[in-house]
Design a protein around this ligand. Structure first.
Ligand code: ZN
Length: 138
């Protein structure tokens, strides 16, 4: 892993998702995004775990691909590798939103947005994802 920003050479960098199977970083000093070459089979365990978690919560391979930046083929292979089977979600409807921190604060400030739904907030680099489960109205 690269330890400094290629633009300003500072080392105040954070992981910021994966783009086309390459780890993306954000420099917090100059807000520059950059990726490092070849993740291949070395994709961070963190993303594998997140992908499995999202799958279990009811998201499709394509949705997970969009969020994590790893191809649905790779995600599908992880599901097989770890033998993940998800229970039926017949009474719940899963939805997710991706927020910047300031947007997240605004969203959770309104109790109507978070009441009556299972809620997970998970970090993805410089953004946050919220997964919600809502019961189907009878
Ligand atoms: Zn920088």
């Amino acid at each position: 892993m690269s330890n400094s920003c290629p633009k300003c050479q500072q080392s105040n960098i954070v992981k910021s998702g994966i783009v086309k199977e390459r780890q993306r970083f954000l420099c917090r000093d100059c807000n520059y995004y950059f990726t490092v070459k070849k993740l291949g089979k070395q994709i961070d365990d963190y993303y594998v775990t997140k992908a499995l978690q999202l799958y279990l919560e009811g998201l499709s391979f394509r949705e997970i691909e969009r969020i994590i930046g790893v191809s649905h083929v790779t995600i599908s292979s992880w599901i097989k590798k770890y033998n993940i089977k998800r229970p039926p979600h017949s009474e719940f409807h899963t939805s997710y939103k991706v927020f910047k921190q300031s947007e997240l604060i605004t969203f959770v400030q309104n109790e109507e947005n978070i009441k009556g739904s299972g809620l997970i907030i998970t970090e993805f680099g410089d953004k946050y994802m919220m997964i919600r489960w809502e019961r189907f109205k009878k």
